[in-house]
Ligand binder design. Structure first.
Ligand code: A3P
Length: 295
């Protein structure tokens, strides 16, 4: 028997100023009181910005390019998702507590909701972002394939929700702006998906150096090879096929979908694009961060 598709606001609710999955916020105390360790590395992103890609690169750096070690388990176990919670079935906090140092922590939280302990311990953080139009396209397909998520209706209706911040993690604009502010501090590295697509070598070297290691040519080559879109799409430990079908239905849309810059052009009508860009200008008018929407 198929489970009925839930209503939008049955699943998501307003929490401290943003929309979040109610299953995540139910035990928020566990997240808020999370104890960071000084050598934790935080990977923060707005959903669908290339989290899995940068996570695999960082994991490769930690394992000094040992591909076999990277294939030992699924990415969602190697790099636990801090605030992810579904009763006792999924518990990011618990997973992290059980990990040896140094831990890599995935989160989609804005800086003010990230447990204070990460700031107090001055942990290194990587914030990866991606242009809003490609994020909204990727998010739309993600909505279709996450079985517990409500139907996003048409693409243009989903874009409307995105613009109003009525999607999990709220306003993309606020998320980017607040992390951009944080990146003025040397322990936060601000990166762009588009830069990674344009020149992965340069970005991998940047990551290795940020983590205080030496970017040997051999290591950089191995990382680039192992984390290419095609390689990650074919790799069960990165393509989310180890996630049960009841959670992610990859027949509807694969997790490793297209991995390109500019897919928005295949989804936005001229009118929708105009509306989106006008709204974008307003939202981002005081922010100096500039995105590329094509390469
Ligand atoms: P698309 O849906 O546009 O293809 P996240 O990991 O934050 O959920 O982001 C998922 C997006 O990153 C998807 O975008 C996915 O295809 C893309 N992605 C994952 N690995 C990638 C890689 N190695 N190279 C380029 N894009 C990648």
């Amino acid at each position: 028997m198929e489970t009925p598709v839930p209503e939008y606001y049955e699943i998501f609710g307003e929490f401290r100023g943003i929309l979040l999955d109610k299953r995540f916020t139910k035990y928020w105390d566990d997240v808020e009181t999370f104890l960071a360790r000084p050598d934790d590395l935080v990977i923060a992103t707005y959903p669908k910005s290339g989290t899995t890609w940068v996570s695999e690169i960082v994991y490769m750096i930690y394992k000094e390019g040992d591909v076999e070690k990277c294939k030992e388990d699924a990415i969602f176990n190697r790099v636990p998702f801090l605030e992810c919670r579904n009763e006792d079935l999924i518990n990011g906090v618990k997973q992290l507590k059980g990990k040896e140092s140094p831990r890599i922590v995935k989160t989609h939280l804005p800086p003010d909701l990230l447990p204070a302990s990460f700031w107090e311990k001055n942990c290194k953080m990587i914030y990866l972002c991606r242009n809003a139009k490609d994020v909204v396209v990727s998010y739309y397909y993600f909505f279709l394939m996450i079985t517990s998520y409500p139907n996003p209706e048409s693409f243009s209706e989903f874009v409307e929700k995105f613009m109003q911040g009525q999607v999990p993690y709220g306003s993309w604009y606020d998320h980017v702006k607040s992390w951009w502010e944080k990146s003025k501090s040397a322990h936060v590295l601000f990166m762009f998906y588009e830069d990674m697509k344009k020149d992965i070598r340069r970005e991998v070297i940047k990551l290795i150096e940020f983590l205080g290691k030496k970017p040997s040519e051999e290591l950089v080559d191995k990382i680039i090879q192992h984390t290419s879109f095609q390689e990650m799409k074919n790799n069960p430990s990165t393509n989310y096929t180890m996630m049960p079908d009841e959670i992610m239905n990859q027949k509807v849309s694969p997790f490793m979908r297209k991995g390109i810059v500019g897919d928005w052009k295949n989804h936005f009508t001229a009118a929708l694009r105009e509306r989106f860009e006008e709204h974008y200008k307003q939202q981002m008018k005081d922010c100096t961060v500039k995105f590329r929407t094509e390469l």
